[in-house]
Write a protein that binds this ligand. Structure first.
Ligand code: NAD
Length: 478
């Protein structure tokens, strides 16, 4: 495969394509058939130190650049990205097994995030404040934090690759990106894009490799001022401890077990497709996936029948076919996890009314009923096309069940009762809540993020201006 910077894939450090210092590489595989997709540099702790040094050095000048210049570079990057859509789409198909609908969604969302990031550059404003002293002008100004480490997951490598790098760059920070080992090529395409758009050398760097080998060197590096991380709750908690010890800023977007509530007065013609979209998009490998569905008893049987029928109809063909919804699970480790969650539930008495079986590396969309506390999938994130549907006797029981979780990312409710909808929106313990829509939603400028095991801090243009700049108090005295 033809990679920017040459084959095998290299690291992007200080505006140059370089090999890993060890010369080592690793195989990036197409999850549909496990065939080799690309060979990519296996970065070492020494490569991380090189990238951080490059970013720190570039920050001396990049941190002083004008907002209008950063805006222009990011606008040019967005312009080039739109022109290079086929290349990005191919990587989303072949590197991470995205069906076309998901790849289209991801590309469109990432592009809008890049455009929104360009708009952030001019918005990093402070304010003028009253003063206790006569003749004093008291103001606050915002400065970039310095070097930001961006660490991204496999499932939305372009959305997160853009958001976690364009937002800090817009604000004058230098960035070192550590992408998932399952999605290094998307990150290399991004490096090429930023370079061609004119982002100065060293302001953006990419080190590919295995996170468990090089991640701690990055997050623990004294010259890294902030970590913006999206990934599993386990790795997120580990990073949070390192950041606390190093007194670093950190934003964590982690896993989920998002509830969808369907009340008896809901419009099932809308609730069922939303539930399908909310859990089966990208074969359930979505942090906001509504894997727990609580349905009021009067409509439970009808909901399950319709949900099962819709799940059975989902296309599992060629990833480039627009009708395909279910593609492969990313890796053997993740396949084992999905398989074990289903087998555990069925062995303990749950019924797979749809799916439960596999075609190659693809798990059929699976609808479970009769799930109990004894089953692993009741509480843990499966990260596959698996939904459990539970009957509930009342709205109050649905809310209590929705909140009985360590996670708190997104939540959704279908009802025509405005009082209940507003009560749910205020009392569900999730960072995001959607009424009469699925739990799977994102926009560039909204406060995006979760509570508890789902993370800390928020992403989004406004939230990132807070997170990725430092306020300085300045007085001018006469
Ligand atoms: P993961 O935690 O396995 O890996 C994420 C990233 O962490 C990768 O780049 C990996 O290289 C890196 N990493 C691994 N060990 C590290 C270490 N010690 N230090 C620093 N970095 C390290 O997650 P994944 O399997 O790639 O992604 C799936 C998870 O991400 C799911 O739990 C999903 O819910 C979550 N996710 C959350 C959001 C959100 O916005 N909340 C979005 C997408 C995915």
């Amino acid at each position: 495969m033809d990679l920017p910077g040459g084959t095998p894939g290299r690291l992007w450090i200080a505006g140059e394509w370089v090999e890993a210092e060890s010369g080592a590489t690793f195989e990036d595989r197409n999850p549909d058939d496990d065939s080799p997709y690309a060979t990519v540099a296996r970065g070492t702790p020494g490569d991380i130190r090189r990238a951080v040094a490059a970013a720190r050095s570039a920050f001396q000048s990049y941190g002083q650049t004008l907002a209008k210049d950063r805006e222009a570079w990011l606008m040019e990057a967005a312009h080039l990205m739109a022109a290079r859509k086929p290349r990005f789409m191919d990587a989303l198909f072949d590197e991470i097994g995205s069906p076309r609908k998901k790849a289209e969604f991801e590309f469109g969302k990432a592009l809008s995030m890049l455009r929104a990031a360009a708009g952030m550059a001019r918005q990093a404003a402070g304010k003028v404040m009253p003063s206790d002293h006569a003749g004093r002008l008291s103001i606050s100004i915002r400065r970039p934090v310095g070097v930001v480490a961006a660490i991204t997951p496999f499932n939305v490598p372009l959305i997160k690759g853009v958001r976690l790098t364009a937002n800090p760059l817009a604000l004058g920070n230098a960035v070192v990106l550590l992408p998932s080992e399952e999605a290094p090529v998307v990150a290399l395409l991004l490096a090429e894009l930023y370079a061609d758009a004119g982002i100065p050398a060293g302001a953006f760097n990419v080190v590919t490799g295995y996170g468990h080998e090089i991640g701690d060197t990055l997050t623990g590096h004294p010259d890294v001022a902030m970590v913006t991380f999206t990934g599993s709750s386990r790795v997120g908690a580990h990073i949070q401890r390192i950041c606390a010890a190093g007194n670093k800023r950190v934003t964590l977007e982690l896993g989920g077990k998002s509830p969808l509530v369907v009340l008896a007065d809901a419009d099932l013609a809308k609730a069922v497709p939303a539930a399908v979209h909310g859990i089966f998009t990208y074969q359930g490998q979505v942090c906001m996936g509504n894997s727990r569905i609580y349905v009021e008893r009067p409509v439970y049987a009808s909901f399950v029948d319709n949900f099962k029928a819709a799940a059975d109809r989902l296309g599992m063909g060629d990833l480039r076919n627009p009708d395909t919804v279910i593609g492969p699970i990313i890796s053997r480790r993740q396949r084992d996890r999905v398989r074990s969650h289903i087998e555990d539930a069925v062995a303990k008495g749950a019924t797979a009314v749809a799916g439960g079986d596999w075609v190659g590396n693809r798990c059929r969309p699976t609808v479970l009923t009769g799930v109990t506390e004894a089953m692993v999938c009741c509480r843990e994130e499966t990260f596959g096309p698996v939904a459990a549907v539970y009957p509930v006797k009342s709205y109050e029981e649905a809310l209590a069940k929705a909140n009985d979780t360590a996670f708190g990312l997104s939540a959704a409710i279908f009802t025509r009762n405005l009082d209940r909808a507003l009560h749910f929106a205020q009392h569900v313990g999730a960072g995001m809540c959607h009424v009469n829509a699925s739990a799977l939603q994102d926009e560039p400028h909204v406060p995006f993020g979760g509570n508890g095991a789902s993370g800390a801090g928020r992403e989004g243009t406004e939230a990132d201006i807070e997170a990725m700049t430092v306020l300085k108090w300045v007085t001018v005295n006469s």
